[in-house]
Design a protein around this ligand. Structure first.
Ligand code: GDG
Length: 485
C-alpha cells in the first residue's frame, strides 16, 4: 500500500491564542474533518494543513495537539494577509458562494487570486518537502485547487503514484461558473490532477460542461462510469464518489449509556412535543433563515402544531470574522426572537436556539432524541448531518426533511421528504407531513435510508477513491508541456 498524504486547508483542530504563550486547542467542526479523520486514524499517513492561527506556529502547543493523532501532522503557516486574502478572500468570498450558486454574494476582488496562488504554492512546497517516491497525494477541497499545477511546476508530480483531488462542495453549472474571472486558469489547474473526484453525478456533469465550453484543447472521452479527459498529452479520470460517514461509530455512540441518558433527559424537558432538529455551521448556504420562516409559516397555518412541536436549532459559529457572516447571524437571531415572541406561551417555547458547537456525545443525543431532522441547505456538496441523523436512529424511526439541492438527496430520496429550500410553504407543509406521519411509514422510510448510509460509509468512500487512484499510471502524470500562468 502506498503512503497516503492528505492535504487540506484546515487540520482537524484549531490553535487559538488566549494570551501570551497561552493556547487552546479546539476540534474543528465541519464535514471534511468528520470524514477524513477516522480514515487517517485507521490507516495512518500524513496530514498537511493550516492549524487555523495566523503567523508563526507555536512549536510546543502544536506538538501537544498532535501527539496522539495516530498519523503525522505537518503544518503550513499563513500570515494575516494570507488568511484574509486566500482563506476569507478568494476561498470564502469568491469560490464558496459561486459554487453554491450564490453569485450575488461574491466579492471578485482582483488581488485575492494572486494570494490564492501564492498560498497554494506554499502548500505545494510543504508537500514537496515530505513526499517520497510512490506516495499517493490526496488534495481536498476548494481552497487548494491550484496545488496540482504548483506541484507539476516543481517537477514533484513525476515521482508520485497519484496526484488526486476531491471537491467537497458542489461544482456549479457553466452559466454560473462563467462569472469567475479566472475560469480558464482554474480549470487548467484542476486538469493537472490525475484523478478528480466529485460528490455527485450532477457535479461531474457540470464540470464536464465547463471544460467543454472553456478549454477547447481538452477532449472528453465519454464513459459510463468513470469519465476520461485528454489534455496536454495526459489522461485525467473523473468520477463521483459520494462521501459517507463512519456509520458504526455513530451507531455505537447512539447506543451508549451516556447518550441514552442524555437523550432521555432531552425528551423529558419537552413532554408531549415532537422535537425537530436543525444542526448547521453558521453559513448562508445552509438555508437557516428560510427554514425558520418555514417553521413560522407552519405554526401560522397549522395550529395543531402549536404546543406540540419544538424546533431545536443548533448553529455552530464559523467564519464569524467575515462581515457577511456576522450580519447573517443577526438575521437568524431576529427570526428566532420573532417566532418565540409571537407564538410562545407560559409553558411552551417554539424554538430552542443554541449558538455554539455541541460535543460529540451531546450531538449524538440530539440525533437520537429528536423525532424529525430538518436539513434544508440552499445547496450542499453532500450534507453529513442528514446521514449522521439516520445512523443514530437506532430504533429505526424518525423523519428526515431534506433539501433536494443537498448532494445527499441523490442517495436518500427513497426515504426523505424532499423539499425545495427556497419554497417556504412547501417546507412548512413537509413539517406537518412529518409531524403526522405514522410510525409504520417513518420506520419504512428510515430503514431504507439507514441501509444506504450504512453501506456507503466513509471507509467505502475512501476505498473506492483510492482503488481508482491505484490504477493511475505514473506515466499518465507526465505533462507534454508545462504552462506557467
Ligand atoms: C463540507 C460540505 C460536505 C456540526 N455541528 C456540530 C458538529 N458538526 C459536524 C457534523 C458534520 C459536520 O460538522 C458538518 O458537515 P456537513 O456535511 O453538514 O457540512 P460542511 O461543514 O459544510 O461540509 C458538505 C462535507 O464537506 C463533507 O464532504 O458534506 O456539503 O459543505 O459531520 O457532525 N460536530 C460537533 N458538534 C456540533 O455542534 N461535534
Amino acid at each position: 500500500m502506498n503512503r497516503l498524504i492528505v492535504v487540506s486547508n484546515r487540520l482537524p483542530f484549531a490553535l487559538d491564542s488566549t494570551g501570551e504563550d497561552l493556547w487552546t486547542v479546539t476540534p474543528a467542526a465541519g464535514g471534511l474533518v468528520s470524514a477524513v479523520e477516522p480514515v487517517l486514524r485507521e490507516r495512518g499517513g500524513t496530514w498537511i494543513g493550516w492549524p487555523g492561527t495566523a503567523g508563526e506556529i507555536p512549536k510546543a502547543p502544536f506538538a501537544e495537539a498532535t501527539r496522539n493523532a495516530g498519523y503525522k501532522v505537518v503544518p503550513v503557516a499563513l500570515t494575516e494577509t494570507d488568511r484574509d486574502e486566500f482563506y476569507y478572500g478568494y476561498s470564502n468570498e469568491v469560490i464558496w458562494p459561486l459554487f453554491h450558486d450564490l453569485q450575488n454574494f461574491c466579492n471578485f476582488e482582483p488581488g485575492y487570486w494572486q494570494t490564492y496562488k501564492a498560498v497554494n504554492d506554499r502548500f505545494a512546497d510543504a508537500i514537496a518537502r515530505c513526499a517520497q517516491a510512490n506516495d499517493f497525494i490526496w488534495i481536498h477541497d476548494y481552497h487548494l485547487m491550484y496545488v496540482g499545477q504548483a506541484l507539476r511546476e516543481r517537477g514533484v508530480s513525476q515521482k508520485l503514484s497519484g496526484l488526486t483531488f476531491f471537491l467537497h462542495i458542489p461544482f456549479p453549472p457553466y452559466d454560473i461558473f462563467s462569472k469567475l474571472p479566472q475560469q480558464q486558469r482554474l480549470l487548467r489547474a484542476l486538469l493537472q490532477f490525475d484523478l478528480l473526484g466529485f460528490q455527485t453525478r450532477r457535479d461531474v456533469r457540470n464540470f464536464l460542461g465547463c471544460v467543454r465550453r472553456v478549454m477547447s484543447d481538452a477532449r472528453v472521452v465519454p464513459r459510463r462510469d468513470l469519465q476520461l479527459l485528454r489534455f496536454e498529452g495526459r489522461q485525467i479520470r473523473l468520477g463521483h464518489f459520494p462521501i459517507g460517514i463512519d456509520f458504526d461509530s455513530f451507531e455505537r455512540g447512539a447506543i451508549s449509556d451516556a447518550v441514552t441518558r442524555r437523550s432521555q433527559e432531552l425528551r423529558a424537558r419537552f413532554q408531549d412535543c415532537q422535537l425537530i432538529l436543525g444542526v448547521d455551521r453558521l453559513d448562508y448556504s445552509k438555508g437557516i433563515p428560510e427554514r425558520l420562516r418555514a417553521y413560522r409559516d407552519a405554526l401560522e397555518r397549522h395550529p395543531e402544531l402549536r404546543g406540540h412541536v419544538v424546533l431545536i436549532q443548533v448553529v455552530v459559529p464559523s467564519r464569524v470574522e467575515i462581515p457577511r457572516y456576522h450580519e447573517f447571524k443577526q438575521r437568524i437571531d431576529r427570526l428566532v426572537g420573532d417566532i418565540n415572541g409571537h407564538f410562545s406561551t407560559s409553558n411552551w417555547l417554539p424554538v430552542q436556539y443554541h449558538f455554539r458547537g455541541l460535543d460529540r456525545e451531546d450531538l449524538t443525543a440530539h440525533y437520537r432524541g429528536c423525532d424529525i431532522a430538518f436539513v434544508t441547505p440552499l445547496k450542499d456538496g453532500m450534507n453529513l448531518v442528514a446521514k449522521e441523523y439516520c445512523a443514530c436512529r437506532i430504533n429505526e424511526d424518525g423523519a428526515l426533511i431534506l433539501s433536494q439541492f443537498a448532494g445527499a438527496a441523490e442517495q436518500l430520496k427513497t426515504g426523505a421528504l424532499l423539499v425545495n429550500p427556497y419554497d417556504v410553504e412547501e417546507m412548512a407543509d413537509a413539517v406537518l407531513k412529518a409531524f403526522r406521519m405514522t410510525t409504520a411509514e417513518r420506520t419504512a422510510r428510515m430503514k431504507r435510508m439507514r441501509r444506504v448510509v450504512r453501506q456507503e460509509n466513509v471507509f467505502r468512500w475512501v476505498d473506492s477513491f483510492l482503488k481508482v487512484g491505484a490504477k493511475l499510471t505514473v506515466g499518465s502524470s507526465k505533462p507534454r508541456t508545462r504552462t506557467k500562468l
